[in-house]
Design a protein around this ligand. Sequence first.
Ligand code: ADP
Length: 625
Amino acid sequence: MPLRKLLIANRGEIAGRIARTCREMGIRTVAVYSDADRNASHPRAADEAVVIGESYLDIARIIEAAKRSGAEAIHPGYGFLSENAVFAEACEHAGLIFIGPSADAIRSMGSKTAARDIAASAGVPIVPVGLPYDGPAGFPVIVKASAGGGGRGMRIVRSRGQLNAALESARSEAERAFGDGSLFIEKYIEGARHIEFQIFGDRHGNVIHLLERDCSIQRRHQKIVEESPSPALNDELRTRMGEAAVAIGKAIGYTNAGTVEFLLAPSGEFYFIEMNTRIQVEHPVTELITGIDLVRLQIEVAEGKPLPRSPRAIGHAIEARLNAEDPLNDFLPSVGTIHVWRPGEQVRVDTAMEDGAEIGIHYDSLLAKLIAFGRDRETALRQLVHALESTAVLGVKTNREYLLQILESEDFHAGRADTAFLPTPFQVKRDYLPYVAAGVLHRRDGALADYRNNPFRDPSMKVEIDGVAMTVSWKRLRDDEYEFKTGAGAIARVVRTHNGLEIDSVLRRYEVKEAGDEIFVWSPAGSCAIRRLSRHPRSEQAGRHEAANSPMPGQVLRILVVVGQSVNKGDSLVVLEAMKMEQTIRTSINGVVNAILVQQGQVVAPGQKLVEIGALETNLTETDQ
Ligand code: ADP
């Protein structure tokens, strides 16, 4: 029976992505949205939308929304309820089609240890267990959570001395994240590549694969760049790995879309690590090289249609995940309003961002996926680099320049980056003067000294850029021509034209947005945030109280101290959570807790005081993961 109406139980880019395919298929869509997402764009991407309160995990409200709106099926997207067997069953009981595999298949792959057993009995190699860890296999090993996902509850251990601490912290992280602290230990494969196969099963007993994706570029075990085909596979290996992936699917009578993940060791041996029973974030690279819309195929399989034959790949696709985070500050999440959103062109962009979008603390930090396609790897890579270079995001910090750093690295170019490859983010050395000039001159009246409300009436400004404070002054030479100077003596000649600013004879387009005391400036050469500093800084408060401040916006997960407690340097004070990341705030001074200024569950702003400590030394707080 062809579906007529489908509910999308997700948000963000994937909700919009699913709605697009439904539109193309003539299927009406119902979006759901949380209270926090009232102004998000995904409810508009669907034909109708239903608010579901606090959480995208509220099974009863989602089923009720589907029933009320007359939807016949639910697509769960990725994350949230997509790998929740109880939800798949609840859909079935309510007479709704769950666009995904059976609850049994979800359950059997939900535990990594059970999944290993299935793979092994299907004749597929699995990573040797790391026990006994001082046996011939030896260290390094990796401690993993059976219920794991998203890189949580995972610790690499290189010596026996580190093992107990790693087990303990992995267990508590797994308990918090999954409500299940069961762990297992695998041998850590050095220099491995992450190669996964997209598989599909239909209701007629067919299981096929749609080639591989290479997701070796990861941070904290989370993927950031994905491509297909993998530069590490030859046809022979591709055939064997593809057959292994299909064998696992067949072993559990798999239906719908799934991904079988492997590690490929430098020796050429490969090992199954886990299977994801849903559509993946990185599915577009497969779509671009096979020409198959995977969401459409998911829906068709759920309607009972048979699968096509295994496709052949044409060309090469590379995806980069643009995240709201600060590479120069330990990748802490960045929140705020996106004043200007203009992703690069000539690539596929999957996103729910738009001008004015709010990036909050409740959801993950993915802003967009940029996916380039070309006849070969070099062509796709060049296109992706160009698209990232021309992407303008003003308002939050992003990993844009870090992605460029990765894509332009020698290792990535040569196709030899493994899962341990990650360059240290570097600060792009910039001449700040053009950005400041653009920030000052973007108002037509900006630098005219006689304008009454002109914040720049005094032709000099104290600013901070990338943590560097500087004074910038300027004077008008004639009509649209200015001279800008920094305190350090740099000078630039600036001409304002209709096409942008001509700075020292080079014409560029600049995009500027002022918000509060920040001026965001973007140009094709780069972007930066300029903070205007007050000319008369308040005198530093004297006193013996020190405070632990929040390094990021977030929610207080746990408070680990009480008033009156003595603390020593390094002790944990508070655990914060933002965008699915936990952050422990520690003290780096010895003292006594004088006051706790927040409550559990409270949402805090960056810089907000959390705990006040009667200090014996100068205030400093440190953070870690
Ligand atoms: P999650 O479900 O949390 O994403 P995975 O089991 O998929 O965890 O592993 C995520 C990543 O962790 C892999 O892509 C790989 O980089 C690394 N990893 C996992 N197991 C091993 C291992 N045995 N040896 C080396 N790296 C591993």
